[in-house]
Ligand binder design. Structure first.
Ligand SMILES: O=C(O)C1=C[C@@H](OP(=O)(O)O)[C@@H](O)[C@H](O)C1
Ligand SMILES: C=C(OP(=O)(O)O)C(=O)O
Length: 420
C-alpha cells in the first residue's frame, strides 16, 4: 500500500520511459527481420520483457543490454518451441504474437494469468482460420490459452472484426508481409483504438514494409517483403505522460513531459486536447508538451481511440465542475480489469458520483474524500488514482506494484513532483 501525500507544485519537468506499444512492435519486427537489430530506449517492463522472452523462445537471438536490446531476426519464420509461452496479462503480447506465430514451424501454445483467460481473442482466431491456420482457443471459449500451428501460411484475403480490440488487426498486419501471397485485410464491425493501427503501420514502414490502405477499412500488404534490420529508437510513452499532465490539471500546477509531441502516432497524446477543453492551458513545443492546470469543467468526449486514458480522464473529471461523459468505451470491459467497473468503484469510494452505462462512463465532479483504492491488479487504476491523492488527503493505493506491468519506476518518477 502507498499513501499519496497531498502536494502543490509550481513547475515540474519529467521524462517517461519508452512507449509500451512501440516497444512490443519494434521487438516483434526485429525478430522477423533479416539480420541484426538494435532497439534503443526500449521499455523494460513486465509486459515488454514477456514479449522479448517469447521471441527468444521462438528462436530469435536476444541480448538485453538494458539501455538497448539486440535482436537477431529470423527472416520471417520462427523456430519450433515445445514449451508453453507464458504472457501473464499482456494483451498486446498475446494478440500480436498469436498472429505472427502462424509464420513459424511447429505449434505454439500461449498461456497467461487468470485474467488473461477472460480477455477475448476469438475474432483474431477466426481470421487466422480464414487463412487456413487451425488456430484455436484451448477451452473453446474465444479466450486464451491459445494454440497456433505454424503452417507456413500462404496469405490471401481475410476479414476481421475489430469492435473489441485493434490488436487483432495489428497482429494480421505484422504477419502479412512475410506470407508468400500477401494479405488483403478488410475490417468488419468497425474498429476501436484506431491510433494503435497507425503505430503498427508506422513500424512496418520504418522496417521497409509497404502497406496500402483505404483509411481504416482495408489494408493491402504485398507478400514476400523483408523486415529490414537496423537500429530503431522507441519514443517516450504518451500514455504514461498522461498521469503527470493529469497531476498538473488537478493541482493547478504545471508539468512538462520531455519528448512527447503532437507529431506522434500515439493517440494518447490527444488527452492534452481534452484537458484543454476542460480548462487547462496546453503549450506544445518542438520536443515537449506542457499542461498547466486551471479551473476545470466537465466535458462530453468520445474516447474510443484513447481507451487507456479513460481512468486518467475519469479521475481528473472528479475534480471538475459539472458532469463529464466519456463515450464509446465498452471495450474497456476487456482490459486488465473491467476498467469501467474498477474506475467507478474507486471514484464512488471517494464519494464521487460515477456510473458505467452500456458504452459510456459518466462522472460528476465534486469534493472527493480519501479512500483505500482497490487496484484490481490494473496498473492504470493505480497510476490514475495516485493523481487524486495530490489534492485529497488519505488516498491509499493498494497493491501499488501492479505498475510493473508498464512503468516499473512510476513511483520514483512520481516523487519528482514532490521535489518541484
Ligand atoms: O496495440 C496496442 O499496443 C494496444 C492497443 C490497445 O488495445 P485495444 O486495441 O485492445 O483497445 C490498448 O488499450 C493497449 O494498451 C495497447
Ligand atoms: C490494455 C493495456 O495493455 P494490454 O492490452 O497490452 O494488456 C494497457 O496497457 O492499458
Amino acid at each position: 500500500m502507498i499513501e499519496i501525500k497531498p502536494h502543490r507544485f509550481g513547475h515540474c519537468r519529467i521524462s517517461v520511459p519508452g512507449s509500451k506499444s512501440y516497444t512490443h512492435r519494434t521487438m516483434i519486427a526485429a525478430a522477423l527481420s533479416d539480420g541484426s537489430c538494435t532497439v534503443r530506449n526500449p521499455l523494460r517492463s513486465q509486459d515488454t520483457l514477456l514479449t522479448l522472452a517469447a521471441l527468444e523462445k521462438m528462436g530469435a537471438a536476444v541480448v538485453d543490454n538494458r539501455e538497448t536490446v539486440d535482436i537477431v531476426g529470423l527472416n520471417g519464420c520462427f523456430k519450433p518451441c515445445d514449451e508453453s509461452i507464458y504472457l501473464a496479462n499482456s494483451g498486446t503480447s498475446m494478440r500480436l504474437l498469436a498472429g505472427v506465430a502462424a509464420l513459424g514451424r511447429g505449434t505454439y501454445r500461449f498461456t497467461g494469468s487468470p485474467r488473461m483467460y477472460h480477455r477475448p481473442i476469438g475474432h483474431l482466431l477466426e481470421a487466422l482460420n480464414q487463412l487456413g491456420v487451425a488456430a484455436r482457443a484451448v477451452e473453446e471459449n474465444g479466450c486464451p490459452p491459445v494454440e497456433i500451428p505454424g503452417e507456413q501460411v500462404s496469405g490471401g484475403p481475410v476479414t476481421v472484426n475489430c469492435s473489441v480490440s485493434s490488436q487483432f488487426l495489428s497482429s494480421l498486419l505484422l504477419m502479412a508481409p512475410c506470407t508468400p501471397k500477401g494479405m488483403s485485410i478488410t475490417i468488419s464491425h468497425g474498429l476501436v483504438s484506431s491510433p494503435y493501427i497507425d503505430m503498427t503501420v508506422d513500424i512496418l514502414e520504418r522496417f521497409g514494409i509497404q502497406v496500402q490502405r483505404d483509411g481504416y477499412i482495408r489494408f493491402d500488404v504485398k507478400g514476400n517483403q523483408t523486415y529490414r534490420a537496423g537500429v530503431y529508437t522507441v519514443e517516450p510513452d504518451a500514455s504514461q505522460a498522461g498521469y503527470f499532465w493529469g497531476a498538473a490539471a488537478i493541482t493547478g500546477g504545471s508539468v512538462t513531459v520531455n519528448g512527447v509531441t503532437d507529431a506522434s502516432s500515439q493517440g494518447d497524446v490527444g488527452l492534452v486536447g481534452v484537458f484543454e477543453k476542460m480548462g487547462c492551458k496546453v503549450t506544445r513545443a518542438a520536443d515537449s508538451i506542457t499542461v498547466t492546470g486551471g479551473t476545470l469543467r466537465g466535458v462530453t468526449v468520445d474516447m474510443a481511440d484513447m481507451p487507456d486514458m479513460v481512468p486518467t480522464l475519469a479521475v481528473v473529471a472528479a475534480f471538475a465542475e459539472g458532469t463529464t461523459v466519456i463515450e464509446n468505451v465498452s471495450h474497456l470491459k476487456a482490459k486488465e480489469s473491467d476498467r469501467l467497473a474498477s474506475t467507478c468503484a474507486g471514484l464512488e469510494k471517494m464519494g464521487i458520483e460515477a456510473r458505467a452505462e452500456k458504452d459510456r462512463l459518466v462522472v460528476t465532479g465534486g469534493k472527493p474524500r480519501g479512500a483505500d483504492i482497490q487496484t484490481y491488479d490494473d496498473h492504470r487504476i493505480a497510476m490514475s488514482f495516485a493523481m487524486a491523492g495530490l489534492v485529497t488527503p488519505g488516498v491509499k493505493i493498494l497493491e501499488p506494484d501492479c505498475v510493473e506491468k508498464s512503468f516499473p519506476n512510476f513511483w520514483e518518477v512520481w516523487q519528482s513532483l514532490y521535489a518541484a
